[in-house]
Design a protein around this ligand. Structure first.
Ligand code: DX5
Ligand code: ZN
Length: 228
């Protein structure tokens, strides 16, 4: 099992991204990854403005809420996220992650998420350096390091994300914070162990799970590869 900085064994969390699931069979797809041992369900909300793609909103999230008890890890790739925090919290989002690039008031927004009763995550794009987190990091429940430019599933992992994750892990450890470090984009069975070893706590995996022949078994193999 991957060792944490203090030598304790760290259990990696796996968050299948429903973006790569078959939306017409969403109940089956959720049941499948739940059986496979998923820790979170990663739900990508896209508005066609912050990113070029459009996905889903609060209504489908509240409908899916009836299907599973797995935590909903909700990744908002939308402009003006402050307008929608309460709606997503009410719909059943357990973690609400907003983009640093989508707001000029990250501090206010992170507190708004917590006041709405959800855990607060902040995402940074590949071109955004870690230094922007200097002031906000202590207030976060989750830091999401994007390892592709957001908007689409199935893109190639940007290799410079690995040292970036290691540096983010060090920032969190040096300050003795309890911020979960999540990585999103291009993670699959072949690179999961390297990404986890760099310090990620949560691996978001879309195509790397749902485009494989048996998504439930893939989750098990990814977990094993990270434990070696
Ligand atoms: C991309 C999304 C991701 C996406 C990842 O903008 O934020 O969550 O589903 O998909 P893969 O794992 O296929 O790169
Ligand atoms: Zn995502």
């Amino acid at each position: 099992m991957t060792q944490s900085g203090d030598g304790r064994a760290r259990r990696i969390k796996i968050a299948p991204s429903l973006l790569s699931a078959d939306f017409a069979r969403i109940a089956d797809q959720i049941a499948l990854v739940e059986r496979g041992g998923a820790d979170y369900l990663h739900i990508d909300v896209m508005d066609g403005r912050f990113v070029p793609n459009i996905t889903w909103g609060p209504k489908i999230i509240s409908d899916m809420r009836r299907l599973t008890k797995l935590p909903f890890d909700t990744h908002l790739m939308i402009v003006e996220p402050e307008r929608y925090v309460e709606a997503f919290a009410k719909a059943g989002a357990d973690i609400i992650t907003v983009h640093w690039e989508a707001t000029v008031h990250a501090h206010r927004l992170i507190h708004q998420i917590k006041e709405a009763g959800a855990k607060a995550g902040l995402a940074i794009n590949p071109a955004t350096p870690l230094v922007v987190l200097d002031e906000i990091l202590p207030y976060l429940d989750l830091l999401l390091v994007m390892s592709v430019d957001p908007g689409f599933g199935g893109q190639r992992y940007i290799e410079s994300s690995t040292p970036k994750l290691a540096a983010a892990r060090k920032m969190i450890a040096d300050r003795r914070l309890r911020v979960e470090l999540e990585v999103d984009g291009g993670v699959h069975e072949e690179n999961a162990a390297v990404v986890a070893a760099a310090g990620a706590d949560v691996l978001v995996m879309g195509a790397g799970i749902f485009s494989t022949p048996a998504p439930d078994a893939t989750i098990g193999r990814v977990r094993e590869s990270c434990a070696r």
